[in-house]
Every structure is written in structure tokens, then in C-alpha cells.
Ligand binder design. Sequence first.
Ligand code: SAH
Length: 218
Amino acid sequence: MFDCLNESIVGRAIKNGIIDFQAADIREYSKDKHQKCDDTPYGGGAGMVMTAQPIYDCIKAIDPDREYLRIYMSPKGERLTDGMCRELATHDKLLLLCGHYEGVDQRVLDLCIDREISIGDYVLSGGELAAMTVIDGTVRFVDGVLGSCESHEDESFSDGMLEYPQYTRPPEFMGLRVPEVLLNGNHKAIAKFRKEQSEAITRSRRPDLMPDGKGDDR
Ligand code: SAH
């Protein structure tokens, strides 16, 4: 599943040796003769729960000296934000635990995990896509990952707002023209236009991000 990390910006960062990524197969650490990693929940209820032992031994093998920030991907965790990605990028080593089925035995979380992160208010079938979201969102803030013509400073959320609309060549497409102000090279006017657009789109789509918290009908 994690092969897609070898593509695009994250893939380039791995190739350039700026970041390193390894996936561990929890099943390989199971002491059960059939390498079983799940069991029915105590107290009853649907589904299976991942057992503590294989996860505990896997984490101990990867991080014997507690050098990693250990994160469990979970819908019950803190909601992932741009600010959180920036903060995660300051850590040298991250360990992302991905659950499956109904989740993970609480005791292994109590023993081994520093933080729980959710990528949104919905339930995925496994933590892998959530972990890849954290990796992709975080790696861009690691020094040297984005090239000189890429930047995270102008993106949505970088100043707390959504980004202004972007246009590229040609100046006219299917009868729609690029806003004139972007063609005239007046940088002050362009900055003003983009700021206004950014505020308008934020107010209409995400009023919660506006400093006054108010939407279009303010
Ligand atoms: N029974 C759990 C959901 C388990 S979903 C509950 O109701 O809270 C199976 C696994 O998918 C979880 O262990 C977690 O690792 C991952 N997962 C599901 N939704 C997620 C989300 N929104 N954010 C991060 N990880 C999630």
C-alpha cells in the first residue's frame, strides 16, 4: 500500500536522501503459531480487535530507545491540521501505527503511544491511508524537500486562509479570460487582488477560518 510514497514530492525526498521511510509488517512479530494478530473483543460486540503482543514487540523492535514520536492513526485522535503537519516536521523520527478491524487493544496504546491523530470525521477500514496523509502533509515542511520554485508559504492554510484561484496559459480558454490584473505585471495590484480573492473564498467556504468567524451573510 505504501508504494505510492515513492511518487512525486515524497518520492523525490526519499530518493534525495532527505527523508527515509520504512514499513513494518506487524504480523511478522506475532508469537502465535499461525501469526494471528486479532481476536474477538472482550465484552462482546461485532468485529475483531488487533492484539497487543505483536504491536508491542514490533514497536519495541523499531524503537528500542524511545527515539520516535509514536502516533496511532485513529478517528478518535486530534484532527490533523496544517499547523500539526508543520510541528510534526520538526521531529526527527515518527512512528505511525495503523490499526485495522475494530482497532487496537487499548493497553498497547496506553503503553506505547504518545499521540493519536485523526484525518477527519469518518471511519476508514485501516490506518494506512491516514498514515500516508500525515506523511505527505508533513514531508513538505521538512527543509530541502520543496524545490526553489515550490513553496508551502502561499498555499491554503499557510496564513490561516484558503488560497486564491490560480490561472496559467493561455490567457483565454473556452471564452473565459484570466483576470486582467494578473496579466499587467503590477505586483502590488496582484497581491491586493489575491488577498481579496483569498478572503472571499474563505468567507464563503470556510467562515470558521476567518478572524471574525463570519461567513458571506455577515
Ligand atoms: N472502531 C474504531 C474504528 C476502527 S477503523 C472506532 O470506532 O473508533 C480501523 C482503523 O483505521 C483504526 O484503527 C485506525 O488506525 C484507522 N482509521 C480509521 N479512520 C481513521 C481516521 N479518520 N483517521 C485516522 N485513522 C483512521
